[in-house]
Design a protein around this ligand. Structure first.
Ligand code: SF4
Length: 289
């Protein structure tokens, strides 16, 4: 894999897009752009990012902003928890780090809304630390380069990607390497129709050589299972409360309808539940007549 570094960086030097957060090593700017880019296309983020940085140019400004302004700046991007976490983390950064984001991945990971990927992106892009930032683009590129059939939705795929990239990131160009991998996934190694003829890594890519680009990466989407455990926990609580559902002859709870939990901690998130013997009865063996 070491052989991908030079051609990738040479390609990035001339093919990279001009973006407002590119070429910026201010950790706050990198952080805001990376959070905005989660689940959102680059083109859509540009205007939001520009507006945000004009209104809140520093971590201190973000920490002090009122909720209404915060939401207004985020309006349209969706997933408002991202904005809330940005502010929560900003308060911590001001309080504990004198307004400067920490350098270490471990400390970054402890801040609200910052996971492995974002921590790696901030550490490498803002601080030049040679640590991988593994997102979906990176997983796709690596899966194809190596003809790796690991399901990229499995945590083990991220671990493998991390282990593959860690030893090859050039210490003097960690920021460029991280962004070059993103850029290759965004512009060339596209999910459906990769542009292999234009790819700087075409002569090193197993999937291209073997005609496997449409098969890779492997993504096995699992169907969601019903949250029986959670429902069961709620039901047990209902049984202990004042307003019970009907208890069947079998001794199990038959039905709980519109049970209110104002007096419980659940009230904040679950005002009412509906549960049926057929679905959950088997989990309520402890209910007495
Ligand atoms: S050659 Fe094609 S499949 Fe391989 S990394 Fe490049 S764009 Fe992706």
């Amino acid at each position: 894999m070491q052989s991908i570094v030079q051609p990738l960086l040479e390609w990035y030097d001339h093919a990279k897009r001009t973006l407002p957060w590119r070429g910026v090593s201010d950790p706050y700017s990198v952080w805001v752009s990376e959070i905005m880019l989660q689940q959102t296309r680059v083109a859509a983020v540009v205007s939001y990012y520009t507006r945000w940085m004009q209104a809140l140019p520093t971590v201190e400004a973000l920490a002090a902003v009122d909720e209404k302004t915060l939401y207004k700046l985020w309006e349209g991007l969706g997933y408002y928890s991202r904005a809330r976490n940005l502010q929560k983390a900003a308060v911590i950064v001001v309080r504990d780090y004198a307004g400067v984001l920490p350098r270490s991945v471990e400390e970054l990971r402890r801040l609200p809304g910052i996971g492995d990927y974002t921590a790696g992106a901030i550490a490498s892009i803002a601080y030049g630390i040679p640590v991988p930032a593994v997102d979906g683009n990176v997983l796709r590129v690596l899966s194809r380069l190596q003809s790796d059939y690991t399901d990229i939705l499995e945590p083990s795929a991220k671990t493998r990607a991390f282990d593959t990239l860690s030893p090859i990131i050039p210490p003097d160009r960690a920021a460029d390497f991280t962004q070059a991998m993103f850029e290759l996934g965004a512009l060339v190694c596209l999910p459906k129709s990769p542009r292999c003829d234009e790819c700087p890594l075409g002569d090193r890519c197993n999937a291209y050589r073997d005609g496997l680009t449409t098969e890779l990466p492997v993504r096995v989407v699992k169907t969601k299972r019903k949250r029986k455990r959670t429902a069961c926990r709620h039901l047990r609580f209902a049984v202990g409360g004042d307003r019970l559902g009907r208890v069947g002859r079998c001794g199990r709870l038959h039905r709980v309808g519109r049970v209110r939990f104002e007096h419980t901690a659940f009230a904040q998130s679950k005002a009412r539940i509906y549960a049926y013997h057929l679905e959950y009865g088997g989990l309520l063996g402890g209910v007495r007549r």
